[in-house]
Design a protein around this ligand. Structure first.
Ligand code: GDP
Length: 528
């Protein structure tokens, strides 16, 4: 078939992830976005994934039918002709490296902040990854229907804690039970939410003084709005499209996902500003989404936890060209040409089969065990996309193989799970016999490790959890004596490539080492 440009498929595509701390309202917001896009009919106060009524993405269908736990999945829907991919970033107890990796497949991020709680720990971690990638970050401050921090203070907190400038594009009128309107600064109009309806009142030439607008609000709320807006006009950052695209300035929106206030406005303005699929770095320079040849990379592998269905799904972001169902592509790492079957093809009901996909889209591929995180697939080329970064583990445990006759399987399992990125493995090399230590980003990964070693490799293990919460790769121009780094509280280990790593309980111990050995630098991963 002759190759045609896919430009008209790229322009209307937006692929983003929502980053937040658990309970900020990500599920509620996602559900409302799907509702506005017509992807689900029922948007109420349905609680998350536990409810059968919730969401209707293809993946959830698979999850239901096959018992596959599909977490970092993509939900697709359309709004006003824009094709949207929301990448799900697992939070709560299933927070893991996958959550970070998903951000590698996103072109922009929506940072969701709870007005009552402000900037929280998980948001900070995810924000840093987005910052590292330089993708635009849009902020939605949620739960204005509750009494929380002053909006100006939250903006200050974002700037202080995260170090990003903000430009509020709308401003809340009131808070808690008084919250029923937002002022759209860009379009200069008031959005009133009454009886489930959204009503826009344009500010005429007289701006805020316009009686049509002024009369809609209680005097006290009106005065506060005017005061806040005046302050923002004087002291706030100006709107700067370039800075937004570079991820240096975050447009801020206020609202309540639960009460559907400000959500649709947010969606519309976000879609206007969010970038279309970006070029991706590779070994031969940037690969443009408009390149006619299909290419993509694997950012996540989901193993089936159900022993009756051992298959795995590799999630691929399409980066260029056009993906067609069942097509063949070069698996660059192995040098083989392979057929790319999708997991949906194995289902009885095939109505949700994806026939084609374009840059920005996520495709789930059936994985017979050949894919690794970061693998490149390319229709013709042999280039490789930039390696996905490794993220510093935060939980550690000594791992003991309980069944010595299964030592080979144990080793094979550990090797496989390390390659997949489920765990990072370290070994002790001082004081007595070598011991294996596994490090993970999220605690649930320990359970996955235990479960899979038993079910897929037939071995039983015991984990001894350690008190350490940080791993730092040690580098210096001079020879480092590991005995200096080891201490009552620190552990000196080696990673798979024999690089020296120190495990620490917290920042305090790291600072002590830094003070004592200024010639050593401490890195959060082996490749930074
Ligand atoms: P997630 O953990 O980030 O996915 O958060 P959820 O969407 O599950 O929301 C956590 C809790 O906050 C639930 O009880 C929601 O009903 C509630 N919630 C979400 N958005 C709002 C909001 O705008 N206002 C209020 N008052 N509660 C909200």
């Amino acid at each position: 078939m002759e190759k045609t440009t896919n430009q008209n498929q790229i322009k209307p595509r937006r692929t983003f992830a929502i980053i937040s701390h658990p309970d900020a309202g990500k599920t509620t917001l996602t559900e409302k976005l799907l509702f506005f896009g017509g992807a689900i009919r029922l948007a109420g106060t349905v609680k998350g994934r536990k409810a059968a009524k919730y969401a209707t993405s293809d993946w959830m269908q698979i999850e239901k039918e096959r018992g596959i736990s599909v977490t970092s999945s993509a939900m697709q829907f359309s709004y006003n002709g824009i094709h949207i991919n929301i990448l799900d970033t697992p939070g709560h107890e299933d927070f893991s490296e996958d959550t970070y990796r998903t951000l590698m497949a996103a072109d922009s991020a929506v940072m969701l902040i709870d007005l009552v709680k402000g900037v929280e720990a998980q948001t900070i971690k995810l924000f840093k990854v987005c910052r590292m990638r330089g993708i635009p970050i849009f902020t939605f401050i949620n739960k204005l229907d509750r009494f929380g921090k002053d909006p100006l203070d939250v903006l200050q907190e974002i700037e202080d804690v995260l170090g990003i400038n903000t430009v509020p594009l709308n401003w809340p009128v009131g808070m808690g039970k008084d919250f029923s309107a937002i002022y759209d600064r860009r379009h200069q109009c008031l959005e009133l939410y009454r009886d489930g309806e959204r009503k826009r009142i344009e500010a005429g030439e007289r701006g805020l003084e316009d009686p049509a607008l002024k009369d809609c609000l209680e005097p006290a709320l009106y005065d506060k709005l005017r005061e806040d807006l005046e302050l923002l006009d004087i002291a706030g950052d100006p709107f700067d499209e370039e800075m937004i695209q570079e991820g240096m300035l975050s447009p801020v929106f206020f609202g309540s996902a639960l009460s559907s206030i400000g959500v649709q406005t947010f969606l519309e303005q976000f879609l206007e500003m969010a970038p279309e699929p970006r070029p991706q770095k590779s070994s031969v320079g940037y690969i443009q989404p408009t390149d006619p040849q299909f290419s993509g990379f694997i950012f996540k592998i989901q193993a089936n936890m159900n022993p009756a269905h051992r298959d795995r799904i590799a999630f691929m972001r399409v980066c260029s060209g056009r993906f067609e169902r069942g097509m063949a592509a070069n698996h660059v790492r192995s040098g083989k040409k392979i057929k790319l079957p999708q997991p949906q093809q194995f289902l009885a009901q095939e109505r949700d089969i994806l026939e084609e996909a374009y840059p920005g889209d996520v495709v789930g591929l059936f994985d017979p065990g050949i894919f690794r995180i970061g693998d490149t697939l390319s229709e013709e080329g042999t280039f490789e996309f930039e390696k996905l970064p490794q993220f510093a583990p935060e939980y550690f445990a000594k791992i003991i193989n309980l069944d010595f006759s299964k030592y080979k399987q144990f080793q094979k399992g550990i090797k496989q799970l390390t390659e997949e990125g489920t765990v990072q493995v370290f070994r002790t090399f001082m004081d007595g016999p070598e011991e294996l230590i596994v490090g993970v980003v999220g605690k649930l990964q320990f359970e996955v490790l235990e479960y899979r070693l038993e079910n897929e490799y037939g071995t039983r293990i015991q984990l001894h959890h350690l008190l350490h919460h940080m791993a730092r790769w040690v580098r210096s121009d001079k020879l480092v004596d590991p005995a200096n780094l080891r201490g009552l509280r620190n552990l000196c280990v080696k990673d798979q490539d024999d690089q020296m790593v120190v495990l620490l309980e917290d920042e305090y111990y790291l600072d002590r080492l830094k003070d004592k050995y200024p010639e050593i630098t401490f890195h959060t991963s082996s490749n930074d």
